[in-house]
Design a protein around this ligand. Structure first.
Ligand code: NDP
Ligand code: 8X3
Length: 252
């Protein structure tokens, strides 16, 4: 059955790969992000390649007003969202706690925690009214174990872990599925963003082993949304074969 799938942070990485996979499988999608040109180009590519409808919404998840305006403004064709993928997020910096920048901290907490909450609050009432829906929160192995210098990013992903559990409890009676997917290292724009655009430093994060790719995570999101109605993956921790936990990676 054709679904309507809203994916935050679809201009790059996991979100873009997830949008491509749902589109390929014939679902209508709502793609969001701050980079308007990327959104428009993805929309036109996907509508050109597949017989589906794509809505693109350009907003910053940190801005509650922008979030509400964009989601409340969805047309009838898109407003009954079946699947929400809360993916938009970032790490900013990798510093010992005493050297961390408060600007980086605000960015991570406002995006990864408050942004996820704002989008969820805008989408959940419709799901409750329809007694149907699936929320997929992209957490991280960083939300399971803290690693050195990961302090605030890890805290933000621990918050995603807790919020996911809370959502599942609160939405249980409404038959809304709530899943966390918690990946380890994957080669996306993530590290370039973390190191404030320093590509050389970013590339080092993926040296000496085979990291996951964005499409690996997209496959898992898709899989989780295609289980029988009575099944829900609650929490899925996934790493490349070279990674044992949030901070142990075997490199050649
Ligand atoms: P990318 O940097 O490749 O993509 C991040 C996406 O998030 C972009 O589309 C970006 O869009 C969007 N985004 C960031 N900030 C905002 C904002 N304030 N408002 C709206 N959109 C925003 O990273 P990944 O694909 O790797 O990361 C996706 C998610 O997965 C994140 O939550 C990340 O924490 C998590 N994760 C990543 C891992 C990895 O190793 N790559 C591992 C585990 C979890 P735009 O800039 O256009 O706004
Ligand atoms: C992103 C992966 O290892 O940088 O959550 O924390 S890691």
């Amino acid at each position: 059955m054709k679904k309507i799938v809203l994916i935050t942070g679809a201009t790059a990485g996991f979100g873009k790969a997830t949008a491509e996979l749902f589109a390929k499988n014939g679902h209508d999608i709502i793609i969001t992000g701050r980079r308007k040109e990327r959104l428009e180009s993805l929309k036109s590519d996907l509508e050109g390649q597949h017989k589906i409808n794509v809505e693109s919404l350009c907003f910053d998840v940190r801005n509650e007003h922008e979030v509400n305006t964009a989601i409340q403004g969805l047309s009838n064709n898109f407003k009954n969202i079946d699947v929400l993928v809360n993916n938009a997020g970032l790490a900013s910096g990798l510093d010992p706690i005493q050297d961390g920048s408060t600007e980086d901290w605000d960015k991570m907490i406002d995006t990864n925690v408050k942004g996820l909450l704002y989008v969820s609050k805008a989408v959940i009432p419709g799901m409750v009214a329809r007694q149907n829906g699936h929320i997929i929160n992209i957490g991280s192995t960083a939300g399971k174990e803290v690693y050195p210098n990961g302090n605030v990013y890890c805290a933000s992903k621990h918050a995603v872990d807790a919020i996911t559990k809370g959502m599942r409890l609160d939405l249980l009676k409404d038959r809304i599925k709530v899943t966390q997917i918690a990946p380890g290292a994957a080669n996306t724009e993530f590290s370039t963003v973390r190191f404030h655009g320093d590509k050389e430093k970013a590339d080092k994060a993926y040296e000496g082993y085979q990291p996951m790719l964005a499409k690996d995570i997209a496959e898992l999101v898709y899989y989780a949304t295609n289980l029988p109605a009575h099944l829900c993956i609650n929490d899925l921790v996934v790493t490349s074969l070279s990674q044992a936990n949030s901070y142990v990676i075997h490199r050649n």
